[in-house]
Design a protein around this ligand. Sequence first.
Ligand code: Z5A
Length: 204
Amino acid sequence: MAKFITIEGGEGAGKSTVIKTIQAHLQKKGIAHIITREPGGTVLAEKIRSLLLDQGDEILLPESELLLFFAGRYQHIQHVIKPALKEGLWVISDRFVDASFAYQGAGRGIEEARIEYLKEWLIGDLCPDHTLLLDAPPYIGLDRIKARGALDRIEMEKIDFFNRVREYYLQLADKEPARFHIIDTRLCLEDVEENVQLWLRHLE
Ligand code: Z5A
């Protein structure tokens, strides 16, 4: 049966790296799937991604930021996620709505009830079957992405912002243990990959 799997975590936690491991595993097992991401996932939502991540001349206000994430997400759900699940494909998404609660809620301070309202309205009962949370103290991920090149608009936030995001994710994982699986990405790449493989075997 089709599964909807999301990958969450802080900046540079290793989501892209882990998704390659998941993709290789699904290909080996002959499981039909798509890999997608938020913000993004459709032509229009990728344009919204640029609005969200590029450094612009005008300050993007937290509420506008939240609404842009949800606008892209709605396109993504209707045009990509739901059709793929309906076709029986597994959907692996690099981030989904948990990120709005973590970043715009805990990070920016937008009231959770407002995000919950958008979630109920636009997402309804679509919920990931499994969420892999890649966890490491923010300074580790930030050092990794700094080594990779220039930072985007959100990556330029202060460390306190990322600490609140991390704390939120860990609390959510604690509240929903059946959906979440946490992988410690302080470990070296080989150990992270081995832990991802173990988790994948457990999913089948
Ligand atoms: N955002 C939001 O605010 N609200 C929302 O609703 C949504 C998103 C959906 C873009 O997301 C931004 O949007 C993001 C959250 C916000 N904020 N920021 N900043 P994104 O997912 O596209 O971007 P990201 O979180 O910054 O991901 P990233 O930079 O692409 O990182 P990653 O995919 O998690 O990591 P990676 O590319 O796999 O690894 C980074 C580097 O570290 C790379 O050189 C790896 O080789 C290295 N690495 C990875 N793992 C290891 C280990 N274990 N050891 C050593 N080195 C490692």
